[in-house]
Ligand binder design. Structure first.
Ligand code: F6R
Length: 363
């Protein structure tokens, strides 16, 4: 049932603090991360020299956070490849390669086909999935389950943030197992993860501005998302969400790239939504926003609270402060609310967007 919410999608958006907490807690034991029957020894994990994240759509956009963090926090060369490309353009894989496959349903044909190829080459495979004993689990050496519960809305919301939580936990597990992080740092990260659901609630308690923003976005047939570094990953998810349920054509760009051609598309009142949570690129992204504003764009910013007072957009949204690498699990909720409110303002069938199925079982 929708439990009083107007759509399943909205209900699922509001379930995120709970499912993220459940996903985190399911692996926490006395302050440590425990994966029951995990098949790889510390020695094997220390030999991993290449990581590939695969998936489709939203699951891919969650997964790319894994490869980003693997580079940053494990110091391992890491790549992200869409499942549908991976299987026809196989990298060199061996037992020191780790494949992380992300799939809510665990039944997506492209991802299954890619895993079959990776298996033949002897790579280690870990799946992150929401469905117990789904097909993906049979092709993987180990499965980490997200506890999002059934997702009825066709567009992925709570599955995405619970995938991010599972990814953060798995990165911390690997970092500790391979000696890349010391005990006290590890504890700090875990404490920060525990505080995430409360921060997500804060975002969900203050949704007034999204209707105003939706009323601006709904007037145009195209929109842009921009962001740098980890914020670009959220921008891609935000663009997919907005186009998928509102049918407004939306593209995401690394903020610095827009001026290399695509800025030609900006006209009077074109919405440009920026995600700004990373200190080292904040000023740069702000100046990209100024460039599009000078060409008539309406600018919308999703900022970390640390930038309050420094915002320069027509509409500004703030998410609570967290560790640099954890912002996507917060900004995700803002991009969902932008998509949701825009789709509602246009009277779209949010739970069942046209042409889409919940699980894609053909390649
Ligand atoms: C977007 C969406 C899709 C799925 C994709 C992968 O909102 O729902 O992009 O994320 O089809 O599906 P799974 O995760 O089941 O492999």
């Amino acid at each position: 049932s929708k439990e009083g919410f107007e759509t399943f999608t909205l209900k699922e958006i509001y379930e995120q603090p709970k499912v993220c907490m459940d996903t985190l807690n399911s692996k926490l034991e006395n302050g440590d991360i425990v994966y029951e029957d995990f098949p790889f020894t510390k020695e094997e994990l220390s030999k991993i020299n290449k990581i590939y994240t695969i998936g489709c759509g939203t699951a891919f956009y969650a997964g790319i956070n894994f490869s980003y963090l693997a580079k940053k926090m494990l110091g391992i060369e890491s790549f992200e490849i869409l499942s549908s490309e991976f299987r026809y353009d196989l990298p060199n894989l061996d037992e020191n390669s780790l494949i992380v496959a992300v799939s809510q349903s665990g039944e997506t044909a492209d991802t299954l086909a890619a895993l079959k190829e990776a298996r033949k080459m002897g790579a280690k495979i870990v799946a992150i999935t929401n469905v117990l004993a789904s097909a993906i689990t049979r092709l993987s050496d180990y499965s980490i389950y997200t506890l999002a519960g059934p997702e009825i809305g066709v567009c992925s919301t709570k599955a995405y943030t619970s995938q991010l939580m599972a990814i953060y936990e798995f990165i911390l597990y690997l970092a500790k197992a391979t000696g890349k992080i010391d005990e006290s740092k590890f504890k700090e990260y875990i404490e920060e993860l525990k505080s995430i659901p409360e921060k997500q609630k804060k975002i969900l308690d203050d949704v007034g501005i999204y209707e105003e923003i939706a009323n601006v976005i709904k007037e145009k047939s195209s929109a842009f998302y921009i962001g740098r570094l980890i914020d670009y990953k959220t921008a891609m998810e935000g663009a997919l969400k907005l186009k998928e349920i509102s049918y407004i054509h939306t593209e995401a760009f690394p903020a610095g790239e827009l001026k290399h051609g695509s800025i030609a598309l900006i006209e009077e009142k074109t919405p440009v939504i920026a995600v700004l949570t990373q200190e080292e690129v904040f000023e740069k992204t702000l100046s990209n926003l100024e460039e599009v504003k000078a060409r008539g764009a309406v600018t919308i910013g999703i900022y970390s609270e640390i930038f309050r007072g420094k915002d320069k957009t027509d509409f500004s949204i703030f998410v609570p402060e967290t560790y640099k690498v954890f912002y996507p699990i917060l900004t995700a909720i803002s991009v969902q609310l932008i998509a949701y409110n825009t789709a509602k303002a246009l009277n779209r069938d949010v739970d069942k967007p046209r042409n889409l199925a919940k699980s894609v079982t053909v390649e």
